[in-house]
Design a binder for this molecule. Structure first.
Ligand SMILES: [Zn+2]
Length: 215
């Protein structure tokens, strides 16, 4: 076990800036939000929906859906991927969050939200521009079926096609979880696909015809 002592250093300029931001939040936003946080603390959370989004710093579900604390239960991971149901002794961050949101909090809707210019998808299609280590490659293999479909498109459309297909892979994988499939079949849970274009700020939603349409 590496020594933890001394690993936390508070001489970072960036951390100083973030703490300044926190102080502004405490001064300006906290007084307005205090009552709602107190209610959430007392009553517990009952989020309206779950969103699975990319960790990309440009894709913030709370901002895109104009929601506040307590409204969205969010998973953010590289390329907004959901693995297939595969319980074993290893830790599974995304599956654990799904289990909690669906079985315990009983969210009624799950939205898988992809985005344009996704670095994870780009690395899957073209290889990573950076040498990567132990984790990104195996993680992105979840989206291999999306890559195979996207390779049928011409090069100009391939990235977008793969981003769209990866959302569909995640939606299909959600249905491999028995307690998700059961709730979907009983109309207690609805699954949705969406795409956010960070260039235009436009959100598109996956429709019954299998296409993403701007809303
Ligand atoms: Zn991304």
């Amino acid at each position: 076990m590496p020594a933890f002592r001394g690993a936390c250093r508070n001489d970072s300029l960036e951390m100083d800036r973030l703490i300044e931001g926190y102080r502004r939040f405490r001064m300006t936003q906290w007084p307005e939000r205090r009552a709602s946080f107190e209610a959430l603390a007392q009553q517990g959370q009952s989020p309206r929906a779950m969103v699975i989004a990319c960790s990309d710093s440009r894709v913030d579900p709370a901002m895109i859906f104009a929601t506040g604390p307590g409204e969205l239960f969010v998973i953010r991971n590289v390329a907004n991927l959901v693995p297939a149901y595969g319980p074993d002794a290893e830790p599974h961050a995304t599956s654990a969050a799904l289990e909690f949101a669906i079985q315990v909090l009983q969210v009624p809707d799950v939205i898988v939200m992809g985005h344009a210019m996704c670095g994870g998808i780009s690395a899957l299609l073209q290889g990573s521009p950076h040498p990567v280590g132990d984790f990104l490659g195996p993680w992105m293999r979840i989206a291999e079926p999306a890559k195979r479909k996207a390779l049928a498109y011409n090069e100009a459309d391939r990235q977008t096609a793969c981003e769209h297909e990866a959302v569909k892979v995640s939606l299909r994988n959600l249905l491999t979880f028995p307690w998700i499939e059961e709730r979907v079949n009983n109309a207690r849970l609805r699954l949705h696909g969406a795409m956010f274009d960070i260039r235009s700020g436009v959100l598109s939603v996956l429709q019954a015809d299998d296409r993403f349409t701007p809303v």
